[in-house]
Design a protein around this ligand. Structure first.
Ligand SMILES: [Zn+2]
Ligand SMILES: [Zn+2]
Length: 110
């Protein structure tokens, strides 16, 4: 490990473009995984999209956010990739796709 005791000094005041970049990064932060659940609950309501079970604060932890395309990093702010599912339906959703993959022969690699 090579330490650089005297790193580059902070440059002149940031340009508008640099500030733009920082703002963009901060905006992206807002859709971090820790926050998408809250956003999805706000957008879609405290209700399971599959079985229609309604939730309240005391059991809200049983309501989870499913990513429709399976990509947890795809979190569009309009919520189009999210579905609120209770843990049971969520589990079901995933075991179904595992089963579908299995039936489609995608499991053969193992
Ligand atoms: Zn459900
Ligand atoms: Zn899911």
């Amino acid at each position: 490990m090579a330490f650089r005791p005297r790193g580059p000094r902070p440059g002149p005041p940031k340009s508008a473009e640099e500030i733009d970049e920082i703002v963009r990064k901060l905006r992206n932060e807002q859709t971090r995984p820790e926050n998408y659940r809250e956003r999805s609950l706000k957008l879609h309501g405290w209700i399971c999209a599959k079985c229609g079970r309604e939730f309240e604060l005391s059991n809200l932890h049983l309501l989870t956010v499913h990513h429709k395309d399976g990509n947890h990093n795809y979190n569009p702010p309009d919520g189009s990739n999210w579905e609120n599912l209770c843990v049971y339906c969520h589990d079901d959703e995933h075991s179904r796709s595992i089963l579908a993959d299995y039936l489609a022969g995608k499991d053969k690699k193992r």
